[in-house]
Design a protein around this ligand. Structure first.
Ligand code: HEC
Length: 133
């Protein structure tokens, strides 16, 4: 009886640990090539991936590690200028899941990327087109 319980507890704990490990892998271990495809389909209509190219949205080149609302050339909303967010893995993940909920008053007309995997991938891609720390 005792043995059965300890096995059950050990099993439950290892499943819980695996769950945490998987969640971390998704955030930090996105796939750059898959992220480029997300970018081309969902972001490139409004955002360039080249430095100093402004479209309807600011360039995403260099966005990872940049303060929100600071790309030269772009006219941001008052909300984005006031947000003072340092774009990194966590802040981009929150923003891209639901931009208008994350920054009330943003003019980014995009409803959000529901898939955590797609968000991890696009974040890996954004990091790859930004200066490495
Ligand atoms: C329909 C146009 C449109 C689409 C599609 C779009 N964006 Fe945006 N995005 C904007 C605009 C406009 C802004 C500036 C918002 C503001 O000033 O409030 C913005 C701002 C941003 C910012 C903040 C940049 C900064 O310099 O502070 C990030 C990050 C961003 N977008 C990422 C993305 C990603 C990643 C995608 C694709 C998954 C995407 N956007 C899709 C229009 C768009």
């Amino acid at each position: 009886m005792n043995g059965f319980y300890s096995i059950a507890v050990a099993l439950t704990m290892s499943i819980a640990t695996m769950g945490i490990a998987t969640a971390q892998t998704l955030v930090s271990g996105g796939n750059v090539a898959a992220g480029k495809i997300v970018y081309l389909h969902q972001c490139s209509g409004c955002h360039s991936n080249q430095p100093h190219v402004d479209r309807f949205g600011p360039t995403l080149a260099g966005v990872y590690g940049r303060m929100s609302g600071t790309a030269p050339l772009h006219h941001y909303s008052a909300a984005m200028k006031a947000a003072h967010i340092l774009w990194g893995a966590d802040t981009l993940d929150d923003f891209l899941e639901n931009p208008r909920q994350d920054i009330h008053g943003t003019t980014m007309p995009y409803s959000g990327l529901a898939s955590a995997t797609a968000r991890a991938d696009i974040i890996a891609y954004l990091k790859s087109i930004s200066p490495q720390p």
